[in-house]
Design a protein around this ligand. Structure first.
Ligand code: ADP
Length: 498
């Protein structure tokens, strides 16, 4: 079985479900992807259908295996990576979801966060969870659901309701309701998990009045997490690795040494730096999070979560209609030498790290009669890069480690112009690996290490190969001046939404 050394990675993202079959050389043997719909019922709200998340995962798993031309029993193990924080409640008896999945970007619980802050809970939350209190994390989304429906709270108190992030939901469905589990990297994003103790925090459950009965059991990221019956693929298969998508990408980018960092450019962007075995508290509003617990020792990371990067490109496509596809932003932006003085702050659902400005909204400044769609497109790519610099500067101050290169991945990392702009804005090399499916790869590495396909992390790190390195060419002074203008625009975007 393990002799075939094939791993199936399930990567359930915000905009699509993907499945990838990797062989023991880390090469892709089959890949399938199906988009998932998002629903925006009110400004700042983002919902998804939990059943669609599950159905699309099932479809892509089968399709990837079929495309790879393999039999299910050649698969040594399954790995799962998932969009984090997104909150799903379901009925333990029927297995049916209660309402939509509340997506990580969704802001409806912002008033609940404000109440927590007003109650003076900020430092307690930071100390226990490593997080900045924000509607982004699952905890206040759960409270919001209870506030909508008192009957739901009563049933939750009685043990009838299960909560899970997408990993838990998928495993519940994959095991036909036998397993209600999560892993430390996902648990660390709920704002209910004590990252030092490695347990759910009774203190915070009490403070938020959330019944412990709804929570999944927390299992390490790598070992036999559960077994999936033959209903899915025709063979009983072990799930040997689970991680939140960003931690999976850090693992897939082989950032195993403290100080190594990666940025993933997807719907949002997520910059994570491995900080080793000690959780490093942030003085600059970054998040301290569990990277992975693979048995010997928990590894921690500092994280800057940027809410809107690829989604700003989506907005150019769907909202403004100035491009037909996301990839078309690159030639449009390349058709002008610069943004012509336009600065776009894509605070479409507020600003995340390091600003944490939930009431900021998208702001475009510097428009003149000469401004064209191309300038807006270029300003969008620049905004993605500037937001990354905001996080890098905070991270360098927190960690005392100067970043000397940034490993990149995610859908928008296919954009060469974006990565060149990123190198200019940061003043360090930006490095794209040959496999930019690093989220799926990280889940595959976790599962494959568990199943013995790869010996150890050193062997995995040797497989990390560079596709292209983007070196900065712009003078530092010019780059700094442009960045100053960006910060001025950020100041103007704040506090717009009431
Ligand atoms: P997620 O995992 O968050 O669903 P992906 O990693 O699949 O996201 O990346 C998709 C995002 O990247 C979309 O928001 C899309 O607008 C953006 N994107 C895709 N291709 C490009 C490109 N060539 N240039 C800029 N943005 C892109």
């Amino acid at each position: 079985m393990a002799a075939a050394g094939l791993i199936l990675a399930l990567d359930q993202g915000t905009t699509s479900s993907r499945a990838v079959v990797f062989d023991s050389a880390g090469e892709i043997r089959g890949i399938a992807q199906v988009p998932t719909a998002q629903d925006f019922p009110h400004p700042g709200w983002v919902n998804q259908d939990p059943n669609e998340i599950w159905e699309t995962t099932k479809v892509v798993a089968r399709e990837a295996v079929a495309k790879a031309g393999i039999e299910a029993d050649q698969i040594a193990a399954i790995g799962i990576a998932n969009q984090r924080e997104t909150t799903i409640l379901w009925d333990r008896t029927s297995g049916e979801p209660i309402g939509p999945a509340i997506v990580w970007q969704s802001r409806q619980s912002a008033p609940i966060v404000e109440q927590l802050v007003a109650r003076g809970l900020t430092s307690q939350i930071q100390r226990i969870t490593g997080l900045v209190p924000d509607a982004y994390f699952s905890a206040t989304k759960i409270v919001w659901c209870f506030e909508q429906d008192p009957e739901l709270r009563r049933r939750a108190d009685g043990g009838d309701i299960a909560f899970g992030t997408v990993d838990s939901w998928l495993i519940w469905r994959l095991t036909q309701g036998r397993e209600h589990v999560t892993d430390p990297s996902n648990a660390a994003r709920t704002m209910l998990y004590d990252i030092r103790a490695g347990t759910w925090s009774d203190e915070l459950l009490t403070a938020l009045d959330i019944p412990a009965a709804i929570l999944p059991a927390v299992r390490p990221n790598q070992r036999l997490i559960c077994e999936i019956g033959p209903e899915l693929l025709g063979a009983t298969l072990p799930v040997m690795g689970v991680a939140g998508d960003q931690q999976a990408a850090l693992f897939g980018q082989a950032c195993y040494q403290p100080g190594q960092a990666k940025n993933t450019y997807g719907t949002g962007s997520f910059l994570l730096m491995n900080t080793g075995s000690e959780p490093m508290a942030s003085a600059h509003q970054l998040l301290t999070t569990v990277a992975w617990d693979i048995g010997r020792q928990t590894v921690f990371a500092l994280e800057g979560a940027i809410f809107n990067t690829g989604s700003a490109v989506q907005w150019l496509r769907d909202g403004l209609g100035i491009i037909d596809t996301a990839a078309a932003v690159e030639p449009l932006a390349a058709s002008v030498p610069d943004a012509g003085g336009v600065v776009f702050v894509p605070a479409l659902t507020g600003l995340g790290a390091p600003h944490w400005a939930p009431h900021a909204r998208g702001t475009i400044v510097g428009i003149t009669r000469g401004t064209t769609a191309a300038h807006i497109a270029r300003a969008t790519l620049e905004a993605i890069a500037f937001q990354t610099r905001d996080v890098v500067e905070a991270m360098e101050r927190d960690s005392g480690i100067a970043l000397h290169e940034l490993r990149v991945d995610g859908g928008a990392a296919a954009n060469d112009l974006l990565l060149q702009i990123q190198a200019e804005v940061l003043g360090v090399a930006v490095v794209r690996p040959q496999t930019i499916e690093t989220t799926a790869l990280g889940a595959a590495y976790l599962a494959g290490l568990g199943a013995g396909v790869w010996r150890d992390q050193a062997e995995v790190a040797d497989r990390w190969l560079v596709d292209r390195r983007f070196a900065p060419e712009m003078a530092k002074q010019e780059s700094d001046e442009r960045y100053e203008r960006w910060l001025e625009a950020v100041a103007r975007s704040r506090g717009w939404h009431r």
